[in-house]
Design a binder for this molecule. Structure first.
Ligand code: NAD
Length: 352
């Protein structure tokens, strides 16, 4: 694989390869753009990467995503991400993650890691033995803890902005919301929406998760297929990526799509197709930044109130994006990317 042309294509700063013979560590760290600050992003650890090229693809794509998410959230961070190609056979997990911590430390604070798919708080405890550049510590140890209530709170603020933009009121009393996936974020979002007087419909493939939201919050349960086509004010994807695709677009009868799931648009063109259908879209990486905002707070000393205050500003971000998209005759996802590019260009100019 010719890496430099790929890096040049999307302006990547660096890709680091780490190997430790003793523990079998094979890790990659990519820093996409650190103009606004140290790259912040989780470590994904999988044993299923077939080739190094698969791991490189993943780390590059994810690192760039973090640049955009952090910049749009107004955080003093750039985009970084790590991928560990876990050994296929048995290995000493504690030793491997400690070696990974030393690898992160060798980057001298330019990359700050945290948990992601395939890594746990315990893994991060081992990483911490090798580096100071790790966040996402448990509440019991003075850290920021579970990010999902903050992601849900940011998402609620985003839905309030969507209501303000499309209905001229940010109070959610009587608003109908369909939530796909009531796991960590979806459940908390449902709880917050219920407190605001919204009417809830939910779907999930996990019976236990469904029953909890139904029993505790009185949400109405329907099948995932039925939920997509409900005539509601807001459809909130909170399960898998790719929720907005050719198939679901044909069924959607909501006024807006505003949920926490990552990578909601299966393809870029689905953003324009939503707009053509007259459906307002809150860009995923803008509305679901609450968890990142909360974990970033640890870098400067964790304070829950400050974290909530910053998550609350997701309201202003979403409203600004929607108003600008309307004024410029383009889609909200395009505007979100544009805002980030402008912020980074301005910071580069100021530092030049
Ligand atoms: P989770 O695994 O706790 O919850 C996802 C829920 O979706 C589960 O209950 C699962 O059963 C359900 N689900 C899976 N497949 C489904 C399907 N086909 N149809 C209906 N339901 C299905 O995950 P989470 O932490 O709540 O994250 C939800 C989404 O939000 C993910 O896309 C995640 O990447 C994104 N996100 C999460 C956070 C966070 O703080 N946890 C932050 C930013 C983005």
């Amino acid at each position: 694989m010719d890496l430099f042309p790929v890096m040049a294509g999307k302006a990547y700063e660096s890709v680091h390869f780490f190997h430790d013979a003793e523990t079998g560590l094979k890790a990659l760290v990519s820093l996409h753009d650190t103009t606004l600050g140290a790259g912040l992003g989780g470590t994904r650890a999988l044993s299923t990467y077939e080739t190094e090229a698969d791991a490189v693809d993943d780390v590059l794509r994810l690192a760039r995503g973090m640049t955009y998410k952090a910049a749009l959230a107004g955080l003093p961070h750039g985009g970084g991400k790590a991928v560990i190609m876990l050994p296929k056979g048995p290995f000493d997990r504690a030793a491997l993650f400690t070696a990974f911590g030393r690898a992160v430390e060798s980057l001298g604070g330019r990359y700050i890691t945290t948990e992601d798919s395939g890594t746990s708080p315990e893994d991060m405890d081992h990483v911490r033995k090798g580096t100071k550049s790790v966040v996402g510590i448990a509440r019991s140890k003075g850290g920021s803890g579970d990010p999902s209530p903050f992601t849900a709170y940011g998402c609620l603020r985003g839905i309030q902005a969507v209501a303000q933009f499309s209905m001229g009121r940010s109070d959610l009393q009587g608003l109908s919301v369909a939530i796909m996936g009531v796991g960590h974020v979806g459940y908390h979002l449902a709880r917050l929406l219920k407190e605001q007087g919204a009417n809830l419909w939910i779907a999930d493939v996990n019976e236990t998760a469904l029953r909890r939201a139904q029993d505790e919050l009185g949400a109405k349960v329907v099948s995932p297929q039925e939920l997509v086509g409900l005539e509601v004010d807001v459809y909130a994807p909170c399960a898998l990526g790719g929720a907005i695709n050719d198939q679901t677009l044909a069924q959607l009868r909501c006024k807006a799509v505003a949920g926490a799931a990552n990578n909601q648009l299966r393809e870029e063109r689905h953003g324009s197709l939503l707009a053509k259908r007259g459906i307002v879209y809150a860009p995923d990486y803008a509305i679901n930044a609450g968890g990142l905002i909360n974990v970033a707070q640890e870098v400067v000393g964790y304070d829950e109130n400050q974290s909530r205050e910053k998550c609350s500003k997701i309201y202003d971000t979403i409203l600004m994006i929607l108003e600008r998209a309307k004024a410029e005759g383009t889609t909200p996802d395009v505007v979100a990317d544009r805002i980030v590019d402008e912020r980074i260009a301005a910071a580069k100019k100021a530092g030049a």
